[in-house]
Design a protein around this ligand. Structure first.
Ligand code: ATP
Ligand code: MG
Length: 277
């Protein structure tokens, strides 16, 4: 679990914890709902069987609209990565139904996981090759994607010659090279320092607006969730289900309002953590 220096997430002494209920939505949206691209209906996931049975997710109902940016918040171990794996089709649900894009989704992890023997551009070109882009087009497309993440001058460098933030930018370019409508991001900036993270927030927001991707972004950092998400969903733990939802418009991303929202989310997250202390 990751937190920044400005955002301690240590649990407070428990107050009277509330059991998870149906999700509460804060701030009503004014806009029409976008076309659904991912629909999860009563989704559940249980690992193991008998005494070692572990129900990680239960009754997860969630609809992701085309072009939405949804941030997922939860305590460590609440099942956010499992949820992304289900949406990506890497795990099968134990219960419920789901609709996911037939052409799959792109995935970006906390670690860049670049191939060390390939250059930055080579890593992006490999994703294009796997997508079936003809060789003649790969170089130009990879250069354009690296330019999109402001790495046009680093294409020839190998991963060990790049900073952590630059490696994550290459990983982002590689995810975009897969050209899927849905991009799942599992704590992609958690290991970065606050300033680099801030820069990447700006870049990701710009890229999201430019490409119209549907993004699901897992984080433990409430400020990151408020900064990036149009919707922020809070997952309960043991089992994980969506217990709270905030809709955030651009006005609420202004510093004063964002700080208030972040405080509210931190309190909700702490309460959820304290239920399990
Ligand atoms: N393949 C698996 N087999 C058995 N148990 C698993 C498997 N994958 C995840 N789990 C269990 O599911 C629970 C949730 O794991 P998951 O990785 O989804 O948590 P998380 O919310 O992503 O945590 P973190 O925020 O620390 O990354 C954990 O108890 C974990 O041990
Ligand atoms: Mg995880």
């Amino acid at each position: 679990m990751t937190s920044t220096a400005t955002e301690p997430l240590a649990p407070e002494p428990p107050t009277a914890p509330e059991p998870p209920t149906a999700p509460r939505t804060t701030t009503a949206p004014d806009q029409p709902a976008p076309r659904p691209v991912v629909v999860l209906d009563g989704l559940g996931k249980t690992f193991g069987s008998g005494q070692s049975q572990n129900t990680v997710l239960e009754d997860v109902d969630l609809t992701l609209g085309q072009g939405e940016f949804v941030a997922l918040l939860g305590a460590s171990g609440c099942g956010t990565s499992t949820l992304l794996n289900l949406i990506a089709g890497l795990e099968a649900p134990s219960k419920g139904a789901m609709e996911i894009p037939s052409d799959g989704v792109a995935f970006m992890f906390q670690d860049a996981n670049l191939f060390p023997w390939l250059t930055a551009q080579g890593n992006v070109e490999l994703a294009l090759e796997l997508r079936g882009v003809p060789k003649a087009e790969r170089k130009t497309k990879a250069e354009a994607l690296l330019a999109l993440v402001h790495l046009q001058h680093a294409g020839k460098k190998r991963p060990h010659e790049l900073s952590g933030g630059m490696r994550q930018r290459v990983a982002l370019a590689r995810s975009l090279a897969q050209d899927k409508h849905v991009l799942l991001m599992d704590e992609p900036f958690a290991a970065l320092d606050a300033i680099t993270r801030d820069l990447l927030h700006e870049e990701l927001t710009r890229i999201w607006r430019h490409t119209g991707r549907t993004i699901v972004f897992v984080t433990h950092n409430v400020r990151e969730a408020v900064r990036l998400g149009q919707r922020v969903l809070l997952l309960s733990s043991r089992p994980g289900k969506v217990i709270r939802e905030w809709r955030i418009d651009d006005a609420q991303k202004q510093p004063e309002q964002a700080a208030l929202l972040a405080d509210e989310m931190t309190a909700a997250l702490r309460q959820e953590i304290s239920r399990h202390v």
